[in-house]
Ligand binder design. Structure first.
Ligand code: AMP
Length: 221
């Protein structure tokens, strides 16, 4: 299965992506995670992307499409399913992805989108804290899901950190980018009849179940 998940920053996309990968046996391909790793390792790519990411703007298509292409070819060749998260972010990336997957004879099966009012996103994003240990997936929110000890991960005890772009000013910029550049892709996927709209204001488990149901029905079509 090849799928693409959409949702504004703070919609719970990362959490749901992990659940969907487990359920459908897909590999999670998150361009945000790949770019953050490049920034952490201070590779050439990371140095180039750093300031753009901190400002909440989009890294160039050339750079992102390059890293995606290498990864996708390898995964498809190995017969793996893929869940794209954070890619595509604009219509040019969407067309690039369709062309790349067509060449590999592996079309997109489903494109779920998490829908949530923008007002709900500020607390979710500005309260978000992540474990600083790269091998741990601990994720918390100071308003909704605080760690037992402030500033420490419940799972491994490492310090919790805030992502550099998780502040209100950058969030507003990221939402503008999402509305302006990413939303048009939804129309594009709607025309391809692979779009699945899911309300993302409820509990994590309910949202996960709606996603699984929606994808299973789409794949059955
Ligand atoms: P994310 O974790 O998906 O919210 O991505 C964090 C940041 O990485 C974004 O705000 C962009 O600066 C950059 N980024 C991630 N994916 C892409 C993409 N597909 N195209 C351009 N920039 C991206």
């Amino acid at each position: 299965m090849i799928a693409v998940i959409f949702g504004p920053p703070g919609s719970g996309k990362g959490t749901q992506a992990a659940a969907l990968c487990e359920r459908f046996g897909m590999t999670h391909v998150s361009t945000g995670d790949m770019l953050r790793e490049a920034v952490r390792n201070q590779t050439e790519l990371g140095k180039e992307a750093q300031s753009v990411m901190s400002a909440g703007k989009l890294v160039s298509n050339e750079l992102v499409c390059g890293i995606v292409k290498d990864k996708v070819s390898a995964l498809v060749a190995a017969g793996k399913g893929i869940l794209f998260d954070g890619f595509p972010r604009n219509l040019d990336q969407a067309k690039f992805l369709s062309d790349t997957l067509d060449e590999l004879n592996a079309p997109i099966d489903a494109a779920p989108v998490l829908e949530i009012p923008h007002e709900e996103l500020v607390k979710r994003i500005c309260g978000r804290r992540l474990c600083s240990n790269a091998d741990c997936d601990g994720a918390y929110n100071v308003y909704f899901m605080p760690s037992k000890e402030e500033g420490k991960c419940d799972k491994c005890g490492s310090d919790l950190v805030q992502r550099k772009d998780d502040n209100e000013e950058t969030l507003r910029e990221r939402l503008e980018v999402y509305d302006g550049q990413t939303m048009p892709i939804l129309e594009y996927y709607g025309e391809k009849n692979i779009l699945i709209r899911v309300a993302a204001s409820g509990s994590v488990n309910d949202i996960r179940d709606s996603l699984i149901l929606g994808i299973a029905e789409k794949v059955k079509d």
